[in-house]
Design a protein around this ligand. Structure first.
Ligand code: PGA
Length: 250
């Protein structure tokens, strides 16, 4: 059975004054040991968050595909691990949109992260135009096909399905739509890595809150959540961790 993972993505939010939130989230993670919890913060907060997080896995939100070199403004896996990161998000739709990253970039970055000892949350998900055109399933299959790194296994890789139109909008797909995409993603993983697919968690992300988490997390093949806005404070994030924990016990 796959353990649920509730991961926060602070995006470009978070200053030193927010570190008490990290400590509170870490305390909630310790109080709910049946659920895996992680927090991906801005680069500038990783070291301090790892300090106050006391065991809470702290991650980055991106990295460079090369191990070192002349890449102004970029950051490597080794730099991230040195300051206490243990995971990173790769291929988030905001990077695909704002920085024009492709699935090939996500593939290269996932491989670099793994080489450097980081766990990876690899994102995929369709736009609203793609969903309206009936292409959501095909897009997710193709993104996984093009971005899944060699040797993918649940020991270090997690997939996050995040429909772009659901991110930060308060809109979510129906539970049936989530189930359909997660089943397609699982089948694609199985086709690519065989039985190892059973160990790879597939998170749902996009407007997850304390109010909808229990229903979403109970959907087949939903192994956790990647949470943006509702991860910024312990007050909003802890109920999502608790929803995952109550399912685990139920
Ligand atoms: P949201 O963001 O929870 O604010 O919709 C999710 C994400 O982008 O990871």
């Amino acid at each position: 059975m796959r353990r649920k993972l509730v991961a926060g993505n602070w995006k470009m939010h978070g200053m030193k004054g927010d570190l008490p939130q990290v400590a509170e989230i870490a305390a909630a993670a310790r109080a709910n040991p049946d659920v895996d919890v992680a927090l991906c913060v801005p680069f500038t907060l990783i070291e301090a968050a790892a300090g106050v997080g006391a065991g809470l896995p702290i991650g980055a939100q991106d990295l460079h595909e090369n191990d070192k070199g002349a890449h102004t403004g970029c950051i490597s896996a080794a730099m991230l691990t040195e300051i206490g990161a243990t995971l990173t998000i790769v291929g988030h739709s905001e990077r695909r949109g704002d920085q024009h990253e492709t699935s090939h970039d996500a593939w290269a970055k996932s491989a670099a992260a793994h080489r450097g000892g980081l766990k990876v949350i690899l994102c995929c998900g369709e736009t609203d135009a793609e969903r309206d055109a009936g292409r959501a399933e095909r897009i997710v299959q193709s993104q996984i096909e093009k971005s899944l790194p060699d040797g993918a296994s649940g020991d270090w890789l997690t997939i996050a399905y995040e429909p772009r139109w659901a991110i930060g909008t308060g809109k979510t797909p129906t539970l049936e739509d989530i189930a359909a995409i997660h089943a397609i993603a699982r089948a694609k993983l199985r086709q690519m890595v065989g039985d190892a697919a059973d160990g790879i968690r597939i998170l749902y992300g996009g407007s997850v809150t304390g109010a909808n988490a229990a229903a979403i997390l109970a959907v087949d093949n939903v192994d956790g959540a990647l949470v943006g806005g509702a991860s910024l404070t312990a007050e909003k994030f802890v109920p999502i961790i608790e929803a995952a924990a109550s399912l685990r016990q139920g």
